[in-house]
Write a protein that binds this ligand. Structure first.
Ligand code: HXC
Length: 257
C-alpha cells in the first residue's frame, strides 16, 4: 500500500505511523485518517507488532482536523456521511498505543493523542482544543477524553477558552505521561515502546483493557473485569516464565502465549 499522508515504519516490534502532510502541519483530512486506520489495522493484525506508535513532525504532531475540508459542510451532510465515524477506529485497537508528540497537537491532533494509551511529549509540544473558536466543538473524543484525563474544570477551561498549553503544563495536568527534550523525543518514546513491546503481548493487552475500562465502567464493574483478566493470565506460559525467571534471577523470555 502506498500512503500519501502518512509514513509507516517498523522498528523491532514497534509499528510506527507518522503523520506526513507537512504543507498543512499534518492537518487531518479524511484520506489521512483512512490511511492511518489501514496502517493501524495492519499493525493490529500483525503478530510481530506488539506496540503501535503515532507521531508527526518536529513542528506538528497534527494541527487539527482539516479546516478546508470541513468548512462548507452542513449538519445534514455531516449526518448523512457519518462524518468522523472513521475517527472511532483507533478506539478498537487492543495493542498498546504510544503517542510521541512534538510541536502542535491541536484539535483533532490533541484528540488522537488522547486516544493513545501513553503520551510522551517533546518539550516543544503545544496542546489545545481550539474548536469552539471555529464554531464547532471537539468531535474526535476530546470533550470526553480530556475531561477524564484532567478533570472537568480543567477540560472546561481548555475547551471554552481554547488556550494552548505547553508540555510542562500538560504534564502537570496529567494530559501527558512524560516530557522529553525535543531532540531526543523519538529515542525516548521508542525506548518506552520497546519496554512495553518486551512484555507478553496478551498481558499488555489485558492491562490495557483493564485500565481503559476505568473510562467506561463503574468501579465495581471494572474491579470484576480486572479479576477476570488476572485469572486469564495464570493460563499463560508467559506467567510461568515471568515468575520462574524472577525466582531464577534471570530475565524472562516471553513468547506471547
Ligand atoms: C487545514 C491547516 C490547519 C488545519 C494549519 N493549516 N492548520 N489547514 N486545517 N487545521 C495550514 C495553514 O492553512 C497553512 O497553509 C499551513 O498549514 C501552515 O499553517 P500556518 O498557520 O501558516 O502556520 P503557523 O503560522 O506556524 O501557525 C501554526 C498554527 C496555525 C498555530 C498551528 O496553523 C493554526 O492555528 N492552525 C489551526 C489550528 C486549529 O484550529 N485546529 C483545530 C482544527 S478543528 P497555507 O496553505 O496557508 O500555507 C479540529 C476539529 C476536530 O481539529 C474535531 C473534529 C474531528
Amino acid at each position: 500500500m502506498i500512503y500519501e499522508n502518512i509514513l509507516v515504519d517498523v522498528k523491532s516490534h514497534v509499528g510506527i505511523i507518522t503523520f506526513n502532510r507537512p504543507q498543512a502541519l499534518n492537518a487531518l483530512n479524511n484520506q489521512l485518517v483512512d490511511e492511518m486506520n489501514l496502517a493501524l489495522q495492519q499493525f493490529e493484525t500483525d503478530d510481530a507488532i506488539h506496540v503501535i506508535m503515532l507521531t508527526g513532525s518536529e513542528k506538528a504532531f497534527a494541527a487539527g482536523a482539516d479546516i478546508r475540508e470541513m468548512k462548507d459542510k452542513t449538519s445534514a451532510q455531516a449526518q448523512a456521511e457519518s462524518f468522523l465515524s472513521n475517527w472511532d477506529y483507533i478506539n478498537s485497537i487492543t495493542k498498546p498505543l504510544v503517542a510521541a508528540v512534538s510541536g502542535f497537537a491541536l484539535g483533532g491532533g490533541c484528540e488522537f493523542a488522547l486516544a493513545c494509551d501513553v503520551i510522551i511529549a517533546g518539550e516543544n509540544a503545544k496542546f489545545a482544543l481550539p474548536e469552539t473558536g471555529l464554531g464547532i466543538i471537539p468531535g474526535g473524543g476530546g470533550t470526553q477524553r480530556l475531561a477524564r484525563a484532567v478533570g472537568k474544570v480543567r477540560a472546561m477551561d481548555m475547551i471554552l477558552t481554547g488556550r494552548m498549553i505547553d508540555a510542562a503544563e500538560a504534564l502537570s495536568l496529567g494530559l501527558v505521561s512524560r516530557v522529553a527534550p525535543t531532540a531526543t523525543l523519538m529515542q525516548e518514546a521508542l525506548a518506552v515502546a520497546n519496554k512495553i513491546a518486551a512484555l507478553s503481548l496478551p498481558v499488555a493487552r489485558a492491562a490495557k483493557r483493564a485500565v481503559k475500562a476505568t473510562q467506561e465502567m463503574p468501579l465495581s464493574e471494572g474491579l470484576k473485569l480486572e479479576r477476570e483478566l488476572i485469572y486469564t493470565c495464570f493460563d499463560l506460559e508467559d506467567q510461568k516464565e515471568g515468575m520462574n525467571a524472577f525466582l531464577e534471577k534471570r530475565k524472562p523470555v516471553f513468547k506471547g502465549r
